[in-house]
Design a protein around this ligand. Structure first.
Ligand code: UD1
Ligand code: UDP
Length: 398
């Protein structure tokens, strides 16, 4: 009877304060949300840093299901040692409104049920914004990891997601001084901004040696520095068949000098299928392949002559690997990579591709540099901030 009363009392306290009481102390309840490929590399080190503090934090991992193919999701859970999600929402694909709306609705139910003290979101995908909105409308605090990045291009869905997520987040974890300045200019309190470094680079540095053992070069029949690596998936580059055709024609032209390996994002693969543009590449040395697992992809970046991309994460990873990167966009939210010097923002322009790529074929020197705090310990710094802020006894997230 006494035992039953104690359990009832604990449940009542938990319901009132949204906390779980263990051995006389309270656990802070964190919910980490991931949905799309680049999110998994970001949440992996965060999960590990939080799980190292298992006496303080109780962590729930949610996968929204924005990306769902094995090669866009499961492969990263396996390779990066991420535990299976506690909650899988299976949202899937759709228009922006459908995908964001469905995630928002499903997360609201999840949040009401679990009542975390803090929701942690990463990056700039639809899952990031939906989780932030759902949490804040329920008066649950949000931490945005990779806050403050700005392309200043309001037509990018990712820019909308970043700006709105930052606006209502309580913690802004930033990667570099550009992000800090953006947030300062936008009027955020300095108290909310914590420059911890780059969690995606934590993952890169953790797995670089493992990736070096991948046999992907042999499987593709390419040699170290004997190929360029290309990825494309931005709406602006691949959804309009004319833009896509221009970029592919430049790749075909360049591949006369150097083979190009191109792992195809499913968005791009679908556009190639529906537009019939695959024919453009026939008998060229542009090798279209399926999306790769992390180890294979990192090895391909690391051993490439140079990289051409519109990916955000790849601009950062090539910077740390010291591999030259040509970014096929008009803007970047990651200007630090250009400041360091590995990245060149050349636009989605065929003439610029030829002009800038050809000199790189004969100059394969690496650049050895990385921005401050891109050192493998960003997630640990982030966890320390949360540890200090969420005093186990105070129940306050302020
Ligand atoms: C999303 C993000 C983008 C990020 C990219 C990382 C938004 C607005 N965009 O773009 O910022 O850089 O992820 O890769 O959140 N598809 C599959 N299988 C999958 C996932 C997607 O076939 O596992 C196909 C579907 O046809 C889908 C399309 O790819 O409609 C696009 O997927 P979606 O998540 O909407 O956008 P991404 O282009 O992947
Ligand atoms: N990546 C991968 N396999 C691929 C392409 C990319 O593992 O075939 C990794 C890459 O190393 C980086 C992340 O996926 O860690 C970047 O994701 P993506 O380019 O899809 O998204 P973005 O960073 O542009 O949001």
């Amino acid at each position: 009877m006494h035992k039953l009363l104690t359990v009832c009392l604990m449940l009542m306290i938990r319901n009132i304060f949204g906390k779980q009481y263990v051995a006389g102390t309270s656990m802070t309840r964190l919910m980490v949300v991931a949905g799309a490929r680049p999110n998994f590399m970001k949440v992996a080190p965060i999960m590990k840093a939080l799980e190292r503090r298992s006496g303080l934090f109780e962590v729930t991992l949610v996968h929204t299901g924005q990306h769902y193919d094995d090669q866009m999701s499961a492969v990263f859970f396996n390779e990066l040692g991420l535990r299976s999600p506690d909650i899988a929402l299976d949202i899937g694909s759709g228009s922006h409104a459908e995908q964001t709306g469905r995630t928002l609705m499903a997360l609201e139910v999840t949040l009401i049920k679990h009542r975390p003290d803090l929701v942690i979101v990463v990056g700039d995908v639809n899952a990031t914004l939906a989780a932030t909105l759902a949490a804040k409308k329920l008066k649950i605090a949000v931490a945005h990891v990779e806050a403050g990045l700005r392309s200043h291009d309001p037509t990018m869905p990712e820019e909308i997601n970043r700006v709105l997520t930052d606006r209502i987040s309580d913690f802004h974890f930033t990667t570099d001084h550009f992000a800090d300045s953006n947030l300062k200019r936008e009027g955020f309190s300095e108290k909310s901004v914590h420059r911890v470094g780059n969690v995606m680079i934590d993952t890169l540095l953790t797995y670089r040696d493992r990736a070096a053992r991948s046999d992907i070069l042999d499987r593709l029949g390419v040699k170290t520095r004997g190929y360029a690596l290309a990825t494309l998936h931005r709406e602006s580059n691949v959804d309009d068949p004319e833009n896509l055709a221009r970029l592919l024609s430049a790749f075909v032209q360049l591949s006369k000098t150097l083979p190009i390996v191109m792992p195809l994002h499913p968005r791009t693969e679908k556009r190639l299928d529906t537009s019939g543009l695959k024919g453009l590449l026939a008998s060229s040395r542009v090798m279209l392949i399926s999306p790769l697992g992390y180890f294979d992809f990192v090895k391909l970046m690391d051993m490439s002559c140079f990289v051409m991309t519109d990916s955000g994460g790849v601009q950062e990873e090539t910077t740390v690997l010291g591999i030259r990167c040509l970014t096929l966009r008009k803007t970047t939210e990651r200007p630090i990579t250009c400041e360091v010097g590995t990245n060149m923002l050349i636009g989605p322009d065929p003439a610029a591709i030829m002009k800038n790529a050809l000199p790189l074929v004969s100059n394969t020197a690496r650049q050895d540099s990385a921005p401050p705090l891109w050192d493998g310990y960003a997630a640990e710094r982030l966890a320390l901030v949360l540890e200090r802020r969420f005093d186990a006894r105070s129940l306050s997230a302020a």
